[in-house]
Design a protein around this ligand. Structure first.
Ligand SMILES: Nc1ncnc2c1ncn2[C@@H]1O[C@H](COP(=O)(O)OP(=O)(O)OP(=O)(O)O)[C@@H](O)[C@H]1O
Length: 259
């Protein structure tokens, strides 16, 4: 087992209906057992990177390696048992209950049309408890607030019991208490050996969680390395193309604009 769980090698990707490449010759390594945060301006390619890592899209050029094997060599079911993706949003036309929706996370472990077993229900229930939504287990997913829906997507991913968890701006709709709950939940997953690759526009969440960061711009990696080395005004200002400051207070690091 190597220290690198996921590797992008010279990956270029262009959405079929566009002329420009969303990712341009990307090289990156995601270290095992850590939290890696991807930061960069809107449209930098962060979500696209996560979609490729989940095998939802195939690179136009280049290669993606998961656990030392080409991602394309795995079946969809094998990927679903190893990797879970929490998207920014997801259209949901069906009135599933929350418990039923989280049970969808067990699909990679079931045969087609096989009913979930009691053990699957227990795993889904525990996932709902971890994000604090168990009291809404019977409610329709169509009757949730934005933050509750975001937590539900996390719960479904937890029910997949992945070793690599991909999260796309997972705290963007959460109140302060739920942000804290999610940060603690993600920390406990990492302690249990799960690797996390997440995007975020929230520096305080990133500095509370991540050990490793990837700074992106215009479909390219600008810098990648330990958070301590890259959490600098220079690197962050270059990434966002705006003058930024980094403050440390009580051991927490904050990023603000230069006024
Ligand atoms: N389905 C799509 N079809 C065509 N172009 C797309 C599609 N999704 C994203 N893009 C384009 O690809 C580029 C990268 O988008 P992406 O969503 O990966 O950026 P991002 O860094 O996640 O941005 P944000 O911070 O705003 O979420 C952008 O130029 C975007 O307009």
């Amino acid at each position: 087992m190597t220290d690198i769980i996921l590797r992008f090698e010279n990956v270029t990707f262009r959405y079929p209906e566009t002329l420009t490449e969303a990712l341009q010759g990307l090289n990156l390594d995601v270290p095992r057992g850590k939290v890696t945060a991807i930061l960069g301006p809107n449209g930098a390619g962060k979500t696209t990177l996560l979609r490729l890592a989940y095998g939802r899209y195939v690179p136009t050029r280049g290669q993606i390696w998961l656990e030392g094997r080409l991602l394309g060599a795995y079946t969809r079911q094998q990927i679903g048992r190893m990797v879970a993706l929490v998207p920014q949003r997801e259209a949901n036309p069906f009135a599933y209950s929350l418990l039923e929706y989280v049970l969808l996370g067990r699909a990679p472990y079931l045969l087609p049309l096989q009913m979930p077993a009691a053990s699957d229900v227990a795993i889904a229930w525990e996932a709902l408890e971890r994000v604090g939504l168990h009291h809404l287990a019977r409610r329709s997913v169509q009757a949730l607030s934005g933050g509750e829906y975001q937590l539900l997507l996390v719960a479904r991913a937890l029910a997949q019991q992945p070793r690599l968890l991909l999260l796309d701006e997972p705290t963007s709709h959460l109140d302060l208490a739920n942000k804290k709950r999610l940060v603690e939940c993600l920390r406990s997953l990492v302690s249990a050996g799960v690797t996390i690759l997440m995007t975020s526009h929230e520096p305080e969440v990133v500095s509370a969680l991540a050990q490793h960061v990837i700074l992106m711009r215009e479909g390219r990696v600008l810098h990648s390395g330990p958070l301590d080395a890259l959490w600098t005004p220079e690197a962050l200002s270059e990434t966002y193309n705006v003058p930024l400051r980094v403050w440390t207070f009580n051991g927490h690091r904050y990023v603000t604009w230069e006024s």
